[in-house]
Design a protein around this ligand. Structure first.
Ligand code: PMP
Length: 451
């Protein structure tokens, strides 16, 4: 007898092509049709449950089917679903922008919408370049990025990223960028603090800024955590130093908070921990609580003013996406920010982060774990062949994939990045659920290192 899961799987595999997937893998590993979801739980067509420990690719904040966001969307759908956003506006878009301006680091006073993270990165890159052009600095055409960074998959965003797995194939299509060795603290010397290592590594960025000040538009960075780059982390001092150096050399700072924004690192925005304001801040993912695709680029009045002139001067930012400022997505965003403003979310996350930190202590002793690191609500575990030399398992062995398969069979959705297992759960997770999650991850790791 074929199960409901199998029936849907069969139909899916006949017509669909899934993201970031070698589709042939589904000859041996099931694709899971989800019927419904609630809180941290996903439920498949056969009635199995999975704890969504990765917030469905880092988007979900307050659980699936959150009552507050659901109610807002039900109201919105009977009022206005979408309207062209050039020449027209609507309340959810205005309200969301007002809230973002209020909550974001000082000086970010303008909000430009797009519809996904990569598109926000494209907007920030184009705006930065265009600002300098409008100001007469036509020689500024380059972007500076960090080793191991990730900013999305469209060609511009891919070009300023640096994860070879995603980038290398498309290299002939991509613009040239200036890539600086990063502050990834996994590589610090024994006994060296995150702070000291981050300061030490900053000298390479300072040299680069000095060298390319005349030709660089902006530095783009993921504040505090390089998420797709295997959840590698660094100290906020790097951002503080970077802000000062960008000012000194007249280069913009683009903070890509698409993954780390909205409380993941412990503060609402990661930049707050360095007490800095970037020139552009890209937001997406958690912006709608994980409900609908939307992104925003926040920027300063100085940048806005450089585009503001008579039409005939041709200085306007003529960039658009059909779904810019989608009313449903904006309303989900407003409802999401309501939750932050009405409940002590960040306080509660501190408690959850402390629980996670306590629960993962045992991983430190494991013979095949080189590092357990944490920033706020993100914990990452570095699975290696040799703990002492940090020699990785060959990627071809796909140990992370084994962790994924085992955890799924025990009702937990983990999706390791290579051999890095991480937790980035929705903020509604409970202590009991965290205990279960960590237990399953531990067993999954032990299964994955066999033979
Ligand atoms: N920037 C960062 C830091 C991200 O983590 C991601 C997505 N993982 C993106 C940009 C791209 O966002 P999207 O997938 O919505 O295009």
């Amino acid at each position: 007898m074929i199960t409901a899961n199998q029936r849907f799987e069969k139909r899916d595999l006949l017509v669909l092509w899934h993201p970031c997937t070698q589709m042939k893998d589904h000859e041996t590993s099931a694709i899971i049709p989800i019927k419904k979801a609630h809180g941290v739980w996903l439920e498949d067509m056969d009635g199995n449950h999975y704890l969504d420990a990765i917030s469905s690719w880092w988007v979900n904040l307050f659980g699936h089917a959150n009552p507050h966001i659901n109610a807002a969307l039900k109201d919105q759908i009977d009022t206005l679903e979408h309207v062209i956003f050039a020449g027209f506006t609507h309340e959810p878009a205005i309200q969301l922008a007002e809230k973002l301006v209020e909550l974001s680091p000082e000086g970010l006073v303008r909000c430009f919408y797009a519809d996904n993270g990569s598109a926000a990165v494209e907007v920030a890159l184009k705006m930065s370049f265009h600002y300098w052009r409008n100001k007469g600095y036509t020689q500024k055409t380059k972007f500076i990025t960090l080793e191991n960074s990730y900013h999305g998959e469209t060609l511009g965003a891919l070009a300023v990223g640096n994860v070879p797995l995603y980038k290398e194939t498309y290299a002939p299509l991509l613009m040239d960028v200036i890539t600086v060795p990063g502050p990834d603290c996994y590589y610090r010397e024994t006994g060296e603090s995150w702070f000291d290592y981050s300061v030490r590594r900053f000298s390479l960025m300072e040299e680069t800024l000095q060298r390319y000040a005349d030709s660089a538009c902006a530095v783009i960075i993921e504040p505090l955590i390089q998420c797709a780059g295997q959840m590698r982390m660094y100290d906020p001092i790097y951002l503080t130093l970077l802000r000062a150096a960008c000012d000194k050399y007249q280069v913009h700072l683009i903070a890509d908070e698409i993954a780390v924004g909205f409380g993941r690192t412990g503060t609402l925005f990661a930049c707050e921990q360095a007490d800095i304001s970037p020139d552009f801040m890209c937001l997406s993912k958690g912006l709608t609580g994980g409900y609908l695709p939307l992104s925003a680029v926040l920027t300063t009045d100085a940048i806005y003013q450089a585009f503001y002139d008579d039409y005939q001067k041709l200085t306007a930012f003529l960039h658009s996406h059909s779904y810019t400022g989608n009313a449903l997505a904006c309303r989900a965003g407003v409802a999401t920010l309501d939750i932050f403003q009405q409940q002590p979310i960040l306080e509660n996350n501190k408690r959850l982060a402390a629980i996670m930190s306590r629960l993962v202590v045992r991983f430190n002793e494991h013979l095949h774990i080189a590092e357990v690191r944490q920033t706020g609500m993100v914990v990452a575990i570095e699975l290696v062949k040799n703990k002492y030399t940090k020699e990785p398992y060959p990627w071809q062995e796909r140990r992370g994939q084994k962790v994924y398969q085992y955890a799924l069979s025990k009702g937990v959705l983990l999706r390791p990045l290579g051999n890095v297992i991480y937790f980035m759960p929705p903020y509604v997770i409970t202590e009991e659920q965290l205990i279960m999650l960590v237990e399953v991850a531990f067993d999954a790791i032990n299964q994955a290192i066999k033979d």
